[in-house]
Design a binder for this molecule. Structure first.
Ligand code: SAM
Length: 220
């Protein structure tokens, strides 16, 4: 997706940013257990202004959001009444929350430090196939062996040629299978999902995957 698509979406807001939820995503509550988050550093790519960042800020050691559109970052801090300081051209800090105003493809290991968990909700599905494959490998380049990802995707019909893209669970598994242990942990149908009437869909499933990065294979 061209960056302008997202700049325009955040400019228009309303139905163009209806991916934003007021609550903490139920899969975060279910799978990002506070006990297990203790001492961890969490990366939230393509974060928008998600309130899920607040959950990670409360229970993990640090959370880093990456977002292309500065309006989303400012709204996140302002709508949650969080004082923040800008510490570089693209870095904003508020206690255990760092927001990077960056294209995910420009983010380096130096930017994020050691990451234990990636939370991807509506990031993979926001990207068309060519960018999606680049995204999978970019995120992988930021993670050590043993790091986990919680990935939330959508599958629906009829498919659309714009975000959020429908991704069948086998496809998601295939993107990660070579380097991750992949567990498909959720796949409920969501007959009450807002996208069903909005786009005239016949069904929609909200999948979740838990990925654990494998140690590199040593070649003799
Ligand atoms: C579908 S929204 C999901 C937002 C958030 N994850 C949530 O659950 O509400 C995708 C977000 O990714 C941002 N985005 C798109 N491409 C990006 C890129 N290359 N780098 C960083 N952020 C990007 C968009 O501006 C948008 O806020």
């Amino acid at each position: 997706m061209h960056p302008q698509f997202w700049l325009d979406s955040w400019e228009r807001e309303g139905s163009a940013t209806s991916f934003h939820r007021q609550d903490i995503h139920p899969y975060v509550v279910k799978y990002a257990d506070p006990e297990q988050l203790r001492g961890k550093r969490v990366l939230v790519p393509l974060c928008g202004k998600t309130n899920d960042l607040l959950w990670f800020a409360q229970h993990a050691e640090h959370v880093i959001g990456i977002e292309l559109v500065d309006k989303a970052i400012h709204q996140f801090f302002e709508q949650n009444a969080l004082p923040y300081t800008q510490t570089s051209d693209y870095r904003y800090e508020s206690g255990p929350i760092t927001m990077l105003h960056r294209d995910i493809f420009d983010v380096t290991l130096e930017d994020v430090g050691k990451i234990d968990l990636v939370y991807d909700r509506a990031a993979l599905v926001a990207l068309p196939l060519d960018l999606r494959l680049r995204y999978v490998s970019q995120i992988d380049s930021l993670l050590p062996a043993g790091a986990e990802q919680l990935v939330v995707t959508l599958e629906y019909a009829p498919v659309m040629a714009e975000p959020p893209f429908s991704i069948a669970p086998d496809e998601t598994s295939a993107y990660y299978a070579a380097r991750y242990h992949v567990e498909h942990i959720e796949q409920p149908e969501r007959p009450d999902h807002r996208m069903i009437p909005k786009f005239g869909l016949s069904f929609l499933k909200e999948h979740a995957f838990r990925l654990t990065k494998l140690a590199q294979l040593m070649v003799a």
